[in-house]
Design a protein around this ligand. Structure first.
Ligand code: ADP
Length: 442
């Protein structure tokens, strides 16, 4: 088992990992930028070390500084959290070269899944249904043929894409060349890889993802699904588990296929297969080889601590949970709390002058902010997650409504009001919403 883990992240996820380490009796090292000196993850860790100035590029993405910190503090594991370097193959590789354990899959698996075209090929080989697509777009006739086959609209996507960048929906044949060029330019700028491909654009799907947990001994389990269809600009806003529209049969079918595909790779740790779901059919989009922001809803309905399991798997332990042990019980919803204006969505950094977080039965707040804390302008605007759990979906929504009302954050703008509006809509309450929900929402 690990003795000391360095957490290469900040904010609520650094705290989440810290808590798991504490329960497992593992010492922790926090890294931080100059802007995060007073941050909660720094205060709660056993040791902390500054890795650079405020900009993420100079600190949380600064691989040499993080490796130096890990060597100086003599850690035997590094947890990357999500975002930042969590899906950076080179980072995982360098850590492996330093004989420190990267708490995540092998770097080769990050590489394969980091390329959405390669990931789709692996899924195809394993009979996991994928979104119909065209990978080689060098030939105009092939593009024409693809569009005729699948019919417009299609979507141009970046092979190395993430965070909704490098995507263009094409509704008109004449736009295709321009869309490819502009997606390429954005992909080059964001991911230093201008490879793009085409996919059929599904018009009314849900975004449903399957949570996988695997050990290094070939055991793989599925922890069911999360419905993440409430998105703005392809960024998730509210997630829930289970999805209101999935039958047990469908859940089992896609879980089994997902497990087989992951198993065929010898994948280790936690991972998420993201699908679009339309007309009772699943279409694989991509796999995330890390812990997800929305992992708590899965923890609530399965009773399984995913971060602890991830750490145990990385330490080489055999999975003690079998598929039969996993029963989805009750319902859980997560609202991402962002420091931003609820209508203009403009980030709202600054000092939190008053703070009261909700509590009570079935309410969980994963956040790292506190009264008097200044939200820095340098990083993502998500400042926490409000998660509710109840025996059934309607009670879970009532509890979320109550918890959102109770949540007080003064001094900065937040999207709490927006969440209040969303969860009270008929569409959300029915559970039948799709990924277009936010575009028609005002
Ligand atoms: P990223 O890695 O940038 O987040 P994804 O491939 O996960 O990109 O897609 C993000 C979101 O974009 C999806 O949840 C969905 O809303 C939309 N999307 C992506 N591909 C398609 C598609 N083929 N048809 C319809 N929507 C899509």
């Amino acid at each position: 088992m690990f003795k000391k883990i360095l957490i290469a992240n900040r904010g609520e996820i650094a705290l989440r990992v810290l808590r798991a380490c504490q329960e497992l009796g593992i010492k922790t090292v926090a890294i931080h930028s100059e802007a995060d000196e007073r941050a909660m993850h720094v205060r709660m860790a056993d040791e902390s070390i500054c890795v650079g100035p405020a900009s993420a590029q100079s600190s949380y993405l600064n691989i040499p500084a993080i490796i130096t910190a890990a060597t100086l503090t003599n850690v035997d594991g590094i947890h990357p959290g999500y975002g930042f370097l969590s899906e950076n193959q080179r980072f995982a590789e360098i850590i492996e070269e330093h004989n420190i354990k990267f708490i995540g899959p092998h770097s080769s698996h990050i590489k394969i899944m980091g390329n959405k075209i390669d990931a789709k090929k692996i899924m195809d080989d394993n009979k996991v249904p994928t979104v119909p697509g065209l990978n080689d777009i060098s030939n105009k006739i092939e593009i024409e043929k693809f569009i005729n086959d699948v019919e417009l609209p299609v979507i141009v996507k970046a092979a190395s894409g993430g965070g909704g960048k490098g995507m263009r929906v094409v509704t008109n044949k004449e736009e295709i060349e321009n869309s490819i060029n502009s997606a390429k330019a954005e992909a080059k700028k964001s991911f230093d890889d201008d490879k793009v491909y085409l996919e059929k654009f599904l018009t009314t799907p849900k975004h449903i993802e399957i949570q996988i947990l695997a050990d290094s001994h070939g055991n793989v389990v599925s922890l069911g699904e999360r419905d993440c269809s409430i998105q703005r600009k392809h960024q998730k806003l509210i997630e829930e588990s289970p999805s209101e529209i999935l039958t047990n049969e469908k859940r089992e079918e896609i879980s089994e296929l997902s497990k087989k595909a992951v198993s065929s790779l010898g994948y280790e740790g936690v991972g998420t297969l993201e699908f679009l779901y339309e007309n009772h059919n699943f279409y694989f989009m991509e796999m995330n080889t890390r812990l997800q922001v929305e992992h708590p809803v899965t923890e609530m309905v399965t009773g399984i601590d995913l971060v602890k399991q991830q750490i145990l798997a990385a330490s080489g332990e055999k999975l003690k949970i079998s598929q039969n042990d996993i029963k989805l019980k009750g319902h859980s919803i997560e609202c991402r709390i962002n420091a931003e204006h609820p209508e203009s969505f403009i980030p709202s950094p600054g000092k939190i002058t008053q703070y009261h977080q909700p509590g009570g039965l079935g309410v969980r707040v994963d956040s790292s902010v506190y009264q008097g804390y200044s939200v820095p302008s340098h990083y993502d605007s998500m400042i926490g997650k409000l998660i509710t759990y109840a025996d059934n979906r309607s009670e879970c929504i009532s509890r979320m409504k109550r918890a959102l009302e109770e949540y007080v954050i003064m001094g900065i703008n937040t999207n709490i009001q927006l969440h209040q509006k969303i969860i009270m809509t008929e569409e959300f309450q029915s559970g039948k919403y799709d990924i277009n929900f936010m575009s028609s929402f005002n």
